[in-house]
Ligand binder design. Structure first.
Ligand code: GMT
Length: 374
């Protein structure tokens, strides 16, 4: 098949999933065309059968807000014609599903029919899509998609609840890991020593947006430090990074917290962590938590949204109420001081990640969706 994939190319779960899906599809012999404004961050320089088409934005002084969605529709239309695409698969509804619908209408004018598959990832449904500025167009665009997938049961239910549409038409296809990449075997003793020496190492990776509640991470860590001499490694960058930095200074733990900034290849980092922390208040899936589990790292998280479908409380980590930093800190302390518990949860996480979220099965499920629309 010839597949056009559109996603946000920047640091974040939806772009990571879309890119790794595209690379895996190409490995199975499909031709994959990424259509977005920048080379996706998880796309290495050259991969056979994969190409990148940059959406270029014409500038004009009148445009206070340049219309990216239109430029994207034009590029989708162009690539679909020139590369003879069989379908468009867009990740994150806004504005990608709308642009795909526009491109589809334009192609119909020249007698071509191209199906659109939309994968919903999270805040396109739970936050941004429910904003009154975007609600109607989000509902319209997802209803017009030929197939809709959501990354968790939680997100499927939320889509039906918030948009009152698509009942029965949303397929849940979870996010996935490649067990050859996300594995405890990547643990590198030198990196581990460099990051934390002999101290227990807690890690968090994200794009530091407000929904991640990074203040809770620092508060939890400060409480953990009262009993366990741990180190916190924060990977990524985004609007609330300065909030986390300021909070770690305010709580007097700054010298035990390292901010590494944006790092694209996170598997080697995860493999040297002892615990992964995620305090988001609405997480539709929690890809980084899955990647941590696959690397043998138990996850301590706020038990909300789709995260409960990823992390099994008491088995592959601990789930506690959102904002309950005392409970999160005691769960971390227990995990980091009880070696037998840690080993059980580490092994169970690897097993769960491979059994339920392995790349081969998930990619086959996307292929089945594609076949159903062609
Ligand atoms: O929804 C977002 O805000 C963006 C998106 C991203 O690009 O990181 O995150 C969502 O998609 C990821 C991949 O499917 C999920 O793992 C995240 O849980 C989800 N984020 C939220 O629901 C906050």
């Amino acid at each position: 098949m010839k597949i056009g994939i559109t996603c946000y190319p920047t640091y974040g779960g939806s772009g990571a999933v879309a890119t790794e899906l595209g690379i895996a599809l190409a490995a199975r012999g499909h031709e994959v065309h990424f259509i977005t404004y920048e080379q996706p961050f998880r796309l290495p320089v050259f991969v056979p059968r994969v190409s990148f088409h940059e959406v270029s934005m014409g500038q004009y002084p009148l445009f206070q807000y340049p219309p990216y969605d239109l430029a994207l529709a034009v590029k989708m239309h162009e690539v679909a014609q020139q590369s003879d695409l069989d379908l468009l698969h867009v990740h994150y509804a806004i504005p990608h599903a709308t642009s795909a619908w526009l491109a589809k209408q334009m192609l119909a004018e020249s007698g071509r029919s191209i199906p659109v598959v939309t994968t919903l990832h999270g805040t396109d449904i739970t936050i941004v899509g429910q904003d009154s500025s975007y609600h109607a167009i989000t509902k319209f665009s997802i209803e017009k998609s030929d197939r809709i997938t959501a990354v968790s049961e939680f997100l499927k239910e939320e889509t039906i609840r918030a948009f009152g549409c698509a009942n029965g038409r949303v397929d849940v296809i979870p996010n996935f890991i490649d067990p050859a990449v996300y594995t405890p075997e990547r643990r590198d003793a030198t990196l581990r020593r460099e990051l934390a020496s002999d101290s227990p190492l807690v890690m968090h990776i994200s794009n530091f947006r407000p929904v991640k509640r990074v203040r809770d991470i620092i508060a939890t860590f400060a409480k953990l430090r009262e009993t366990v001499p741990a180190v916190l490694v924060m990977v990524g960058d985004g609007p609330d990074r300065h909030v986390a930095e300021a909070e770690s200074r305010r709580l007097g733990v700054a010298k035990y917290v390292r901010f590494l900034g944006r790092i694209d290849a996170v598997a080697p980092l995860l493999a040297v962590a002892d615990a992964y922390i995620l305090t988001t208040d609405r997480e539709s899936f929690g890809l980084s938590a899955l990647e941590a589990m696959a690397c043998g790292v138990p996850v301590v998280a706020a038990g909300v949204g789709g995260i409960v479908e990823v992390v099994e409380d008491g088995v592959t980590g601990a789930l506690r109420p959102v904002g309950d930093t005392d409970a999160l800190a005691s769960a971390l302390a227990e995990l980091l001081t009880d070696r037998a518990l840690w080993e059980r949860q580490s092994a169970a996480g690897v097993q769960r990640a491979r059994a339920l979220f392995g790349i081969d099965d998930v990619v086959s499920r996307y292929e089945a969706v594609y076949r159903s629309v062609l």
